[in-house]
Every structure is written in C-alpha cells, then in structure tokens.
Design a binder for this molecule. Structure first.
Ligand SMILES: Nc1ncnc2c1ncn2[C@@H]1O[C@H](COP(=O)(O)OP(=O)(O)OP(=O)(O)O)[C@@H](O)[C@H]1O
Ligand SMILES: [Mg+2]
Length: 502
C-alpha cells in the first residue's frame, strides 16, 4: 500500500514543502530511500525501524520504498524520521490515511520512539503558515517554543511515537502552546568600568546607533577587547521583525536554547581568529550560515583582526557591502542574510607599541609595513571608523572613572534608532543609517551645503574613495541623529572625518 505524508525541509534559511511517500510491497525485505538523501536521511531507516519496534508496532519483512519529493533537491537533517514512520504505519494499514490528512510532520526519532528536536522549525512554521491551508504541524516538544512564535499556524506535539499514533487515532492531538520566554542576558559588564578612552567610547556609541563598522587600533592592554565586550550593553533592542529573522537563523544552525523562543538581544558574535572562511561566511555541501549570518542585525567582533586568515577576511567584502552572502555550489546557490556591523581590534605593529609616546617600539619599519599589509585596502575602506587608542594613563586607572554608565549611552542610542526607523519607514531593507544608499542620503539626508563642501574638500586631502565619501556621510548622519539635529552640519561631518584613516 502507498502513503503520502506532508513534511518540509530547509534550504538556506527558507523552508520548502517535501512530500514523503512510503510504499510497502511484497518482495524480499529491503529499504530504499530516494530523493537525494544525505547520510543522516539514509540512516533514518535504522532509527525508524527500531523506534517502531520499541513502540509496539510490528514491522513485517517487506520491500519498503521511501521517496522524498521534489526528488532533485538534496535532503539533509533528521526531521524526516517522523513522517517516514507515520507513513509506514499508514502504508501498513495500522493507521488510516484520514488521521493524518491536512497535517505536516517533522521530527527526529530516538530508538525508543521518543520525538526529538530538529533544526529550522521556525523557518518551516513560517513557510507553512504562508502556504496552502493546513490543519496543523506536528513537531517535537523541544521545538514548541520557537514554533509558537508563528501565531497563525496551529501546532501539535507529542512526547513519543506511540502517544502520537494514539492521539492521531482518537483525534485528540495536543495543541502545542507555550508562553514565549525571552532569555535574559547574564552579562553585567558596563562602559563605566573602562577608564579614559573617550574617543573609542564615542566611536562605539556612534557604531551602535547607526550600525557602522569600527576598527580599534592600540597597544596591548589599552582596553580594546574590554570596550568591544561591553558593546552589547549599549546596543538597541531588536524590533519584532528583526527578532524573528535572527531567531530563524539561529534555529537553522541549532543554536536556540530549548527553553527559549524569540531571540531578543542583538547578536554579538566573537569568533576566534583560527576560524576558516567557511565558518565565517558560511559553507558546506548543503550550505549552512556562518558567523556573519549569525551576527545578522547585530555585531561581528573580530579581535586581533590581523591574525585571521587572509582568505577569511577577504570573504567579508561581499557581505559588508551587500548585507548578504551568496554561496554557490555546482547544483545550488543559497543566499543568507548578513547585515551586521563589524567591530575589529588590532595592534599597530607586532610589538604593539608603534606611535605610543611613552613606550619604545622594537619593530623594524619593514616589519610594520608587512604586518599592516595584512589588512587589505578594500577591507579597510569598508570600515567606517578607524580609532587609535593610546595606553591608559596611570592617573586614570588610580581614580576609576566616573564615566557614563551603559544605560545612559543606550538611551541615546535607542533615541537615535527611533529617528532612523521613522526616516527609513518606507524604504525596504533599510533600518539604520549604515544601510542607506549614498544617493538617497545626498538627496534626502538633510545635509547642509557647507557640510557637503567639507566632505568634497576632504576627498582631496584624505584621498577618500567614492565609497569613503558615502561612508562619511552616513556616519555624519548618525552623529547628527545622536545630537537630535534634523540637518547634518559642518561639525557633524568634521567629527565623522576624524574617524577616517590618514
Ligand atoms: N581603559 C581601561 N580601563 C580599565 N581597565 C583597563 C583599561 N584597559 C585595560 N584595562 C585592564 O586590562 C585588561 C586587558 O585589557 P584588554 O584585554 O581590553 O586589552 P587589549 O587592548 O585588548 O590588549 P591586546 O592588544 O593585548 O589584546 C582588562 O581586562 C582590564 O582589566
Ligand atoms: Mg585584546
């Protein structure tokens, strides 16, 4: 007999329908799974047979064919276990086809029949809610929190295969509903901990407000890492749309805690410099998102920037410009969102003391040149703000600063974000100044003519590229927003220019 069960799979961060067909025929006992299954999909045969046997269902020795359609799309993941098991029971006549009508199923099976969590449930739920009407989606209990973020879709759950089959037979499926919990941040770091370094603090405030990229250059122990680690405490909260996008990406990678639904804190990703380019921008046979996508709508912090492999750094060029990464393979090409602000830290030279008046640099000039050349011109040009920090003065450390606490800075950041949201309300894909196009800013950004002249002049003196020109305008717009000014004046541009490398 033949059975067809609805299910879904994720490609990139978008889901698509998969129909799981199961055919049981007379013949020598044999299992075949077709539809370009990857290793873990092929292994579902062992999980499903053991789970069925341990749940008390007799599986007669017959020829079983499972087809996952569309058959020309490569399938990965363990989520097909549940639809295959239920399809097999329907094909064997242990369950009527009406019981599963209008339902989509997704879940991994333990050998004991337990229904275990899978990745990408939020993407599947969003896709099914928008697709043809459905009675409901059956998911593992541990995925309920993320699925319940999609309110327009009815979701059901069960602890085990046996209890699911019982519920399907009696029509008493359990509605999966859970209040949305939001994970609280357990970091208690504050900008007030950092003594001195006023210009770096100011640059990070501007970066947080407008979503700009920032590079901190300074001697060892000046507080670069310390400052960057405190950035999350001043980042603005995610809007609801942004939070859903971020949660979907984390779900695909399997990074959502089972207790938590929505990710509400802006992502802050700080990968180690031994990371590969695939780890940074995404990759794999069936492409998976990398750190740049996990940092979508948040911050990617690259500490010790020049220690990262050159290939990994150069791979950042596309996402920094376009806000997304396209990974092409022979058979498919997948685009991942990657709108992050890059925060990086590095020393000025191998010994770290170049340009420091109170210390002696022991590096030869050629060494410094070689060291610095690891940061390519095109990448440096994409970083809006370059900040040079000096060593902290002993007096500043002795009397710990009465610097501003993060809460005060964050309030200013939130206010300027609100202004930006109103400004870009009708422009698709633009949420803050860093995303605005140079042309739009020149036409509607409220840039006064003396301010324009100053940027044009600086283009000559600082040898700004056309990209640098537009980046200065964006940073100046954010500085004006932080000051609550409608127009971008000369002073705002002058401050933005201070952050361009000389
Ligand atoms: N401005 C500062 N105010 C208070 N403490 C500081 C400051 N700078 C450094 N420190 C102290 O020094 C420690 C090391 O600082 P941090 O790791 O940020 O240095 P860094 O600039 O990243 O150095 P490196 O270039 O070696 O990575 C901090 O954990 C903190 O205890
Ligand atoms: Mg450091």
């Amino acid at each position: 007999m033949l059975a067809a069960i609805r299910s879904a799979a994720v490609l990139g961060i978008d889901a698509y329908d998969v129909c799981v067909e199961v055919d049981v025929a007379q013949g020598l006992p044999h299992w075949t799974i077709v539809g370009l299954p990857s290793g873990e999909v092929k292994e579902s045969r062992e999980r499903v047979t053991a789970a069925l046997a341990n749940s008390g269902f007799a599986v007669p020795a017959r020829r079983v064919t499972v087809s996952l359609s569309p058959g020309d799309q490569r399938k990965a993941g363990t989520g097909f276990d549940l639809p295959i098991a239920v399809g097999l029971l329907v094909a064997l006549g242990a369950l009527s086809a009406e019981c599963v009508e209008g339902l989509a199923l997704l879940g991994e099976l333990g050998l004991d029949g337990a229904i275990r969590p899978v990745r990408g449930v939020l993407s599947v739920a969003r896709h099914l809610a928008a697709a043809s009407p459905l009675r409901g989606l059956v998911i593992p209990p541990a995925n309920v929190a993320e699925a319940s973020l999609v309110r327009s879709l009815c979701t059901f759950t069960a602890e085990s295969l046996a209890s699911l089959v019982d519920a399907l037979r009696t029509g008493a499926l359990t509605r999966a509903e859970r209040p949305i919990e939001t994970a609280a941040s357990d970091d208690h770091v504050d900008f007030a901990d950092v003594s001195g370094q006023a210009s770096a603090k100011r640059a990070l405030e501007i970066a947080a407000a407008g979503g700009h990229a920032c590079l901190l250059v300074g001697p060892p122990g000046a507080g670069k890492t310390m400052l960057a680690r405190r950035l999350p405490s001043i980042l603005p909260a995610l809007t609801e749309d942004e939070a859903l996008e971020v949660t979907a990406i984390h779900s695909v990678v399997g990074l959502l805690p089972s207790s938590g639904g929505l990710v509400t804190a802006r992502p802050f990703r700080a990968p180690h410099h031994s990371i590969s380019s695939a780890g940074l921008v995404g990759g794999g046979g069936i492409p998976r998102p990398g750190e740049v996508s996990l940092a979508h709508h948040g911050v990617l912090f690259l500490d010790e920037l020049l220690e990262f492999p050159r290939s990994a750094l150069e791979a950042l060029r596309q996402p920094l410009e376009d806000g997304r990464v396209v990974i092409a393979r022979a058979a498919l090409s997948v685009a991942f969102p990657a709108r992050f602000s890059l925060i990086a830290a590095m020393n000025p030279c191998p010994c770290g003391n170049a340009g420091e008046p109170t210390r002696v640099c022991t590096c030869a000039e050629s060494e410094i040149i070689r060291y610095r050349s690891r940061l390519s011109g095109p990448l440096a040009d994409r970083i809006d703000m370059h900040v040079t920090l000096g060593a902290v003065a002993p007096s500043a450390l002795q009397h710990p600063s009465d610097g501003e606490p993060s809460a005060t800075i964050r309030a200013r950041v939130e206010e300027s974000r609100a202004i930006q949201r109103r400004r870009f309300a009708r422009i698709r894909g633009v949420r803050c100044n860093a995303h605005a196009s140079g042309r739009w800013l020149l036409a509607h950004g409220g840039i006064e003519s003396p301010a324009r002249e100053l940027v044009t002049e600086a283009m000559e003196t600082l040898k700004l590229s056309a990209r640098g020109y537009h980046r200065v305008l964006r940073v100046a717009r954010t500085i004006a927003d932080l000051a609550g000014s409608e127009v971008v004046a000369e002073t705002h541009v002058a401050e933005a220019l201070r952050f361009r490398p000389r």
